[in-house]
Design a protein around this ligand. Structure first.
Ligand SMILES: CC(C)(COP(=O)(O)OP(=O)(O)OC[C@H]1O[C@@H](n2cnc3c(N)ncnc32)[C@H](O)[C@@H]1OP(=O)(O)O)[C@@H](O)C(=O)NCCC(=O)NCCS
Length: 334
């Protein structure tokens, strides 16, 4: 069974409510119908009702009993505004400002998740990453014990000899442009947890990537990764994690054995941690476009799940991201 088939099976076993702030996007409407038909999630669409119905008609989608909520008219908006005001007044937000924000689809959706009226949120077919991430960070915040929100890209590669039967988990490719050594270490530990808990990787093997393997090059960028390795070992002494490694030493057994003999990770890595956002984002797009891998993104470290799409996403990208969000929500309810 593939990683995504396992995710679908889990999502169906305990169906969660997923809110979509972009209810007037045709792909989102089609995805909501598919999610309901497949029993993967209970979708909720936000937006002006007439606009959502127009999108459904254009897409040829039958909305049936999918709940449609217009934050500008909802009877809950005032309570959400009060909750937002309480959360953010220390940061200078006044009640009028909170009322304005709570009437916005993105803030309304995130407040639904925060206040337990939905179990997770998916957006990004229309909005940018920052549009969703900033309010999610401000309102939902991080899980206890986690200081930094980051992302994992779940890459399913055609070559089953790579990673965990073709699955490689990449981080961070979305959120943190220039992580410090401490942040990189935290990202590595959180990503190993995502690989295990969400993707079913039994033994995560984490490679901290660089342009150097075990001191082969000397540069302050290499030193940062070495420091991150040291901190990650302190944070999670039992985790199989090694670095700094170049990607060939991380992934190819013969190269790993030559460049990093005795490493528990080299040649067998299934989790790859990139030193910054430029390298991570470039790597996932090259793996997808040149390597023919399928890519699924999730945010990790948020106290409740919210996930981001690419604006070029397909209907099935939205369905799969919602299924992953639902499985994250099952875990955060425990
Ligand atoms: C994530 C991001 C939106 C945060 O933006 P920002 O301008 O730093 O936002 P702010 O400084 O207003 O931070 C908002 C809040 O989130 C917190 N925060 C920011 N980044 C955080 C992180 N990675 N983890 C946890 N909290 C974070 C801040 O501390 C702040 O909290 P506060 O308002 O309660 O004090 C920004 O880092 C970003 O745009 N990242 C790149 C995203 C991107 O374009 N990716 C493209 C790849 S697809």
């Amino acid at each position: 069974m593939s990683m995504i088939e396992r995710v679908w099976k889990k999502a169906k076993a305990d169906v969660k409510r997923i809110v979509f702030p972009e209810g007037d996007d045709q792909r989102t409407v089609l995805a909501a119908v598919k999610l309901r038909e497949e029993g993967l999630a209970k979708p909720i669409l936000l937006g002006e009702e007439a606009a959502i119905r127009a999108a459904a008609e254009k897409a040829g989608a039958e909305l049936g009993d999918i709940p449609l909520i217009d934050p500008a008219k909802s009877e809950k908006t005032e309570a959400y505004a009060q909750a937002l005001y309480e959360l953010r007044k220390a940061k200078g937000l006044d009640l009028e400002g909170a009322r304005k924000l709570a009437g916005d689809v993105m803030y309304y959706g995130i407040l639904m998740v925060q206040l337990g009226d939905a179990d997770g949120l998916v957006s990004g077919a229309v909005h940018t990453t920052g549009d969703m991430l900033r309010p999610a960070l401000q309102i939902i915040r991080t899980k206890p014990g986690i200081r930094i929100v980051s992302s994992s890209f779940l890459m399913t590669c055609p070559n089953p000899e790579l990673g965990d039967e073709g699955l490689l988990v990449y981080a961070d490719c979305i959120v943190n442009p220039c992580p410090t050594a401490e942040e990189l270490a935290q990202i590595a530990v959180t990503t190993a947890r995502t690989a295990h808990d969400l993707c079913g990787v039994e033994v995560p093997r984490v490679a901290m990537l660089s342009f150097s393997t075990k001191g082969s090059a000397k540069h302050e960028l290499v030193s940062k990764v070495q420091e991150a390795v040291r901190i990650a070992h302190e944070l999670a002494p039992d985790l199989l994690l090694d670095g700094e490694l170049q990607p060939d030493a991380a992934l190819v057994p013969e190269v790993g054995a030559r460049k990093a003999p005795g490493s528990p990770v080299a040649g067998r890595a299934n989790v790859l941690i990139y030193p910054d956002l430029q390298s991570g984002n470039i790597a996932y797009k090259l793996t997808q476009r040149i390597g023919g891998a399928d890519a699924y993104a999730v945010l990790q470290g948020l106290n409740k799940p919210c996930n981001d799409l690419s604006r070029g996403c397909s209907v099935m990208d939205i369905v799969n991201t919602a299924a992953l969000t639902a499985v994250q929500a099952q875990a955060s309810g425990k």
